[in-house]
Design a protein around this ligand. Sequence first.
Ligand SMILES: NC(=O)c1ccc[n+]([C@@H]2O[C@H](COP(=O)([O-])OP(=O)(O)OC[C@H]3O[C@@H](n4cnc5c(N)ncnc54)[C@H](O)[C@@H]3O)[C@@H](O)[C@H]2O)c1
Length: 257
Amino acid sequence: MTLTNQYPSLKGKTVFISGGGSGIGASLVESFFRQGSKVAFVDIQEDVSLALVERLRQESGSPGSVHFYPCDLLDIEKLQNAIERAAGELGPISVLINNAANDNRHDFRQVTPEQWDKCSAVNLRHQFFAAQAVYPQMKQLGGGSIVNFGSMSWHAGQGGMPGYTSSKAAIEGLTRGLARDMGPDKIRVNTLVPGWVMTEKQLRERVDENTAVEIDRNQSLKERLIPENISAMVLFLASDDSCMCTAQNFIVDGGWI
Ligand SMILES: NC(=O)c1ccc[n+]([C@@H]2O[C@H](COP(=O)([O-])OP(=O)(O)OC[C@H]3O[C@@H](n4cnc5c(N)ncnc54)[C@H](O)[C@@H]3O)[C@@H](O)[C@H]2O)c1
């Protein structure tokens, strides 16, 4: 699916995306690139990230640019350095998309304190520190937009991954608190809540013979969600067209929750 809407306010803006190498993140990178933004992204998967950069750079006709900074988000200092480098090379960041996460399943009976902390670090902690790091740049620019990725999983009462669902629930609180703190500087903070999106990883690891029945029973719309459905909403939230939207959840789930 090719997104057709163009947002002039995104052209030339520096956009920083976490987890941009694959899944929804790769669609976000491509979508902002096609808007003519200067896209910086971090990911732990170097091969797929470099292949994405290569593919987009082969394309002619877009005024956008794309730049990959290898980074493990568990290391906050590395994340802060990547943000600083991207801003130095591309100009101050005016859009931050906190997308990276890991939804690995875990049995509540067996989780250790170390595993709990790691799960929280990969799903929640980096979102806060990325927002903290871009704040002075957005303030200097006179405004900005931050989109934090939540999940419909805990809204739907899903079990089997308490560390992940706790982090995703906390992100909605993080959004609302930061929206209040940063609002006076015209920085907007919203949560994008995806439904079950058919990414490479979901198709490889989660989709099975029961999936179709489950989706058809739960979604109001019977089509399958794809990454571009999520990117379409994120572009709107990043653009000036959503200038009075902040502190909210934007749910793209085909009508599940
Ligand atoms: N796909 C879905 O059905 C779904 C549903 C609800 C919420 N979400 C949320 O949407 C966002 C994107 O999901 P997705 O399905 O594309 O995920 P994904 O697992 O397919 O991709 C996540 C990306 O983040 C990167 N990443 C993971 N850990 C990292 C680390 N430590 N350092 C740097 N990069 C790291 C991965 O390499 C990958 O490129 C996530 O926040 C996820 O929780 C997705």
